[in-house]
Design a protein around this ligand. Structure first.
Ligand code: ARG
Length: 587
């Protein structure tokens, strides 16, 4: 309800000046207005507490003075004002709200809530970034869907978005894998086995098991990583093979999720920029040698030192992140950069940002680590070290097959069953993740994910299909909508990346928003008929959408959009139960 907040703020500022002439009072902004806990108290509330000192009256006395002032010159959009316990509660005229909200929705169509806020600005969103030669586990889903959602939210707000997958395709772990593959990656006749992901995972696990009793393996691994870094043909060609197999698997999962990237630029990409980064750090005079290793001490900012180069010359994860940040700023001149990476890496990013600042890159203030909690699957925190991995692909397939079962029971005659099962099943997994505040841990349970009556993706899609069906029956909507519909909330769900779909095109590709639905009579509608409580609540919430999208971007918090959708669907369903939508006589 941006519009009415704005109107109310202007009115309050003017009324304050009239009620208390001669006092220099701070301006009133839209965000100074709160929403009363109980809608019976009003639709907006202005707290007078912060003014008490300046005005030298009690908050309630200020609220009363405002009430008198406004009651004497009440604008048409305002039904009433009431001073209550230090707040001035404002009641909006439902008819005016209906008109304002519905006309803005109709005018903007699927772009309702979009804006030009980000015009001319670039946002880099780095997300997913799995490690190659390991399966895509359920542990990666959070970064993938949160990052993708943030990318879409920013696109919706007019930013140019660059979506980067910072693949973990470099580092000492590849030394381990090379050692393991050379030692155990062949059959009895010595013929090398095809390096499938499962096999690579087994080899990686075996390396760690055997290394416990044979510490020499670790030395060999370091040696092999060095060979890789130095471009040794055997090491490079094996590594390339591992990488290609992994990418193939990742892309399959991304396709299922409808997630895309503008660039897959892994850690290996920076290997020839590391020397330069190290030289820059040395030139800035911020490095020190410590037992043969090159470090940047960070005790002045209360952090442990950042290790740039080991004593054997090998570079590190952190060195590659420094190179990546510098490269990206040179390439994209971003206004903001988000790293969507789990909370356990918070210290790593603090160190990276601190080193960049010491190197004189003040654009580091535009970088932000966007952490998130862990996902637990049947009580196990998903970890790659131990073998108890839950593969994301299996989870997605299971979601689709469970949904197929539900459809077979509830709606066996549904046409296009498979496609619906895919959209609903995969959407459910994505939504189950996005709905949690990103810092909270997620306990994955099929009940929570697929319950059609709960706070789930299927519930949102079901509500949307209901709305689309009304439009279809009214003859106003498009006739060719997909089964989960294309109108209504699909626009809002789409903005948050909740609706799975095909891989999107490159940067600047249109959001997969639906074609506009023509609602010809909005202009001529008799808004005074829309005065029911359920309608009013629904309309106010619809009016909040643009602000919710903006807040989601500001806080890098897609759950705000997901939870907003749940509220909206809930209100829509109450409205639908309370009112007859089609065929209501004009009385
Ligand atoms: N590959 C890493 C992992 O799976 C995540 C990479 C995060 N991004 C970064 N720029 N360090 O843990």
């Amino acid at each position: 309800m941006d519009y009415f907040r704005g109107e109310a703020a202007t009115l309050l500022e003017r009324s304050l000046a009239q009620a208390f002439p001669g006092l220099a009072l701070p301006p009133v902004g839209a965000t100074d207005l709160a929403v009363p806990p109980d809608p019976a108290m009003g639709d907006l509330a202005f707290p007078c507490f912060p003014l008490a000192k300046l005005v030298r009256r009690s908050p309630q006395a200020i609220a009363q003075a405002l009430q008198e002032q406004i009651a004497a010159h009440r604008p048409a959009w305002l039904m009433g004002v009431e001073a209550l316990r230090g707040y001035l509660n404002l009641r909006l005229r439902p008819e005016t709200v209906a008109q304002q909200v519905l006309q803005s929705v109709a005018a903007a169509g699927p772009h309702y809530g979009a804006s030009a806020l980000g015009q001319g600005r670039t946002v880099v969103v780095e997300y997913s970034s799995p490690n190659i030669a390991k399966p895509f586990s359920i542990g990666h889903i959070r970064s993938t869907v949160i990052g993708h959602s943030l990318a879409r939210i920013h696109q919706f707000l007019g930013y140019k978005v660059v979506r980067i997958n910072h693949l973990g395709d470099w580092g000492t772990q590849f030394g381990k894998l090379l050692v393991a593959y050379k030692a155990w990656g062949h059959d009895r006749d010595g013929k090398p086995l095809e390096p499938t992901i499962e096999r690579l995972l087994e080899l990686y696990i075996r390396f760690h098991e055997e290394a416990e009793s044979k510490p020499d393996l670790e030395d060999q691994a370091r040696h092999w990583f060095r060979r890789l870094e130095q471009g040794d043909p055997e090491a490079v060609s094996l590594w390339q093979e591992f990488r290609a197999v992994s990418l193939q698997e990742f892309r399959r999962v991304y396709d299922q999720l409808g997630v895309g990237f503008d660039a897959y630029v892994g850690e290996s990409f920076y290997s020839d920029q590391l020397e330069d980064v190290i030289r820059q750090a040395q030139a800035a005079g911020i490095t020190q040698l410590s037992q043969g290793a090159l470090i940047v001490p960070l005790d002045d900012v209360g952090l442990p030192p950042c290790l740039l180069q080991k004593s054997d010359g090998a570079t590190l994860y952190a060195t590659r992140d420094l190179a990546a940040a510098i490269y990206r700023f040179r390439t994209y001149h971003f206004d903001r950069m988000f790293y969507v990476v789990g909370a356990p890496q918070a210290l790593h990013f603090q160190q990276i940002f601190a080193v960049l600042r010491k190197m004189g890159y003040d654009w580091v203030d535009r970088c932000r680590h966007v952490p998130f909690g862990v996902i637990r699957f049947g009580d196990q925190v998903v970890s790659t070290r131990r073998g108890n991995l839950v593969f994301l692909e299996d989870v997605l397939n299971r979601a689709v097959s469970l949904t197929s079962q539900i459809i077979a029971e509830k709606n066996p005659d549904l046409p296009n069953k498979e496609e619906v099962a895919r959209q609903v099943g995969i959407g459910a997994v994505i939504f189950a993740d996005l709905r949690h505040g990103r810092l909270n841990d997620v306990d994955f349970s099929w009940e929570d994910v697929l319950n059609f009556d709960g706070a789930t993706g299927p519930y949102v899609q079901y509500t949307q299909a209901r709305a689309a069906s009304i439009l279809r029956k009214s003859g106003l909507g498009r006739q060719d909508e997909g089964l989960t519909g294309a109108a209504g909330t699909a626009g809002t769900a789409g903005a948050a990346g909740i609706q799975p779909g095909g891989e999107e095109g490159g940067n600047g590709a249109a959001l997969s928003t639906p074609a506009p639905v023509s609602v010809p009579q909005v202009r001529d509608a008799d808004f005074s008929l829309l005065t029911g409580q359920e309608e009013f609540a629904l309309l106010k919430t619809l009016g909040d959408f643009p602000a919710v999208i903006r807040q989601a971007a500001e806080q890098a918090e897609p759950s705000l959009v997901a939870r907003y959708l749940l509220d909206l669907c809930h209100l829509f369903n109450s409205y639908y139960h309370a009112e007859r939508v089609l065929g209501q006589p004009r009385d």
